[in-house]
Design a protein around this ligand. Structure first.
Ligand SMILES: Nc1nc2c(ncn2[C@@H]2O[C@H](COP(=O)(O)OP(=O)(O)OP(=O)(O)O)[C@@H](O)[C@H]2O)c(=O)[nH]1
Ligand SMILES: [Mg+2]
Length: 456
């Protein structure tokens, strides 16, 4: 990393301020050639680290802008190298002019992610933290942002180092057994060893499964509103969207084709789909619409099945006819403001894994409870201290670790000697190294000798 890189670090377009960053050995000397204060250019020695300098950014005789300048002396900077920041007024043309001058003075354009890459190479960040910073910047929902924040603050890195330390001690134990098996040392029993491996394996499996459900929430859940005509699907759609998107009328069969909209529900990005009411019909167009409703119902992540509680027992027939298909759905008992005396939510207590929510689109009663039920269905981790693997890359490595540990367990059960199954533990360890980009064999050696004090 002998060259010096520079780039505009703020978003494109105009804004109150626009920042150019420059990192590398020549950062300070290049910067100083533009910093004009009190009738002269500053010399590098006049620039103190971490002190805001107010001056003019000047290219030769041309005054470009009044700026704030910061110098972070390596290794105490984001990249670990000398790093300079110019805070301009945020006009893209002005920033471009300044950046071009910086390039002419000897810096080269930074490639995508190159500042973070240098930070990683200088051990300022590990790979998972670098990835989390990327997520933090690009997160499209509060939910995704919160997860990225946990990773930025090192939750995943801590999890990984804990896992790694468990595997290293496992390996150390096996290694000692191989090297010193003739000496009179006691080792853990195979059963103990297997149960330790199981523990590590389930830690990994747990984080993978949490990550899969988080991924769904980040990608966009499909929530489908389904039910007979006139039950209030379109009314609920509009209510959740906060705008009149679907046409509502007292005529059954109003919605003929599905309508979908993207929204954030409780910070989770979802796609809401309003469908045509399902019923027996001879109308060809309505039939096509109903076929689509069925397709949407099938492919939904969360199904909101609406029933009209104002109709005397009509809902009962619908539920009884569709009993099996409705398992796992959220039953939305609408029009509770004008419910018929025959309505009784307890009649559906036996529907497996489903919830009944009584609401009124008219009075908005029960809507927050419904939102809570949706969130619960979504499997949200809520306010927990949890972290997940946000990147496909990380999940891939964890799946490989689980495979290696499974192999180890099988080998042990088959009576294989430690020399053989230790290889699988090795693979698992190197995968962990891949997750955060740190691979170190010295560490393993150190552990062996500190733990067993052999060679006394
Ligand atoms: N009193 C009362 N009326 C409601 C409520 N929800 C919906 N309605 C009325 O019920 C009628 C049907 O509502 P829609 O939202 O169009 O029903 P839908 O399920 O989309 O009907 P289709 O599109 O025909 O399948 C309208 O006249 C709404 O104003 C409610 O909670 N209380
Ligand atoms: Mg409708």
């Amino acid at each position: 990393m002998n060259d010096t890189i520079a780039a505009i670090s703020t978003a494109s377009g105009s804004g109150a301020i626009g920042i150019i960053r420059m990192s590398g050995p020549a950062a300070l000397s290049i910067s100083s050639s533009f910093l004009f204060s009190k009738n002269k250019f500053l010399t590098p020695t006049e620039i103190r680290p971490r002190v805001a300098i107010q001056c003019v950014f000047q290219v030769g005789a041309r005054k470009v802008d009044q700026i704030l300048f910061f110098y972070f002396k390596g290794p105490n900077s984001y990249t670990g190298e000398d790093l300079c920041e110019f805070h301009f007024h945020g006009n893209p043309i002005l920033l471009r002019e300044a950046l071009d001058a910086i390039f002419r003075a000897g810096a080269r354009p930074a490639k995508q992610g190159e500042f973070s890459r240098r930070a990683f190479l200088n051990e300022k960040l590990d790979l998972t933290e670098a990835e989390a910073i990327g997520r933090l910047i690009s997160a499209r929902s509060r939910f995704e942002l919160e997860l990225a924040q946990k990773n930025v603050f090192g939750e995943v890195s801590r999890f990984i180092s804990n896992l790694r330390s468990q595997l290293i001690s496992l390996k150390a134990e096996c290694e000692a057994e191989i090297d010193f098996s003739t000496e009179d040392l006691t080792y853990e029993s195979l059963e103990e060893r297997k149960s330790r491996i199981e523990t590590v394996k389930s830690l990994c499996q747990n984080v993978i499964s949490k990550s899969d459900s988080a991924e769904k929430l980040i990608q966009q859940l499909r929530i489908v509103l389904y039910g007979e005509p006139n039950t209030g699907k379109s009314s609920l759609m509009n209510l959740l969207l906060g705008k009149d998107r679907s046409i509502i009328s007292e005529i059954p069969g109003t919605t003929r084709d599905y309508i979908s909209e993207e929204i954030l529900l409780e910070g989770i990005p979802v796609r809401l789909v309003d469908t045509a009411g399902v019923r027996e019909t001879t109308d060809q167009i309505e039939k096509l619409g109903i076929e689509r409703s069925e397709k949407e119902f099938q492919s939904a992540d969360i199904r909101l099945v609406l029933i009209d509680t104002s109709k005397k027992e009509e809902w009962k027939e619908f539920i009884d006819k569709n009993r099996e298909r409705l398992e796992g759905s959220v039953l939305v008992a609408n029009k509770i403001d004008i419910r018929d005396s025959s309505w009784d939510p307890n009649l559906f207590a036996d529907l497996k894994e489903s919830t009944v929510c009584e609401i009124s689109c008219k009075t908005k009663e029960g809507i927050s409870i419904l939102l809570g039920a949706i969130k619960k269905k979504a499997g949200t981790m809520g306010q927990s201290e949890d972290y997940v693997l946000l990147e496909e890359r990380q999940r891939y490595h964890f799946e490989t670790i689980v495979r290696c540990l499974n192999n180890t367990l099988h080998l042990i059960s088959d009576g294989a000697p430690a020399e053989i199954y230790i290889k699988e533990i090795d693979y698992a360890l190197s995968e962990i190294g891949e997750v955060n980009g740190r691979v170190d064999t010295e560490e393993i050696l150190g552990r062996i000798f500190s733990k067993f004090c052999v060679g006394k």
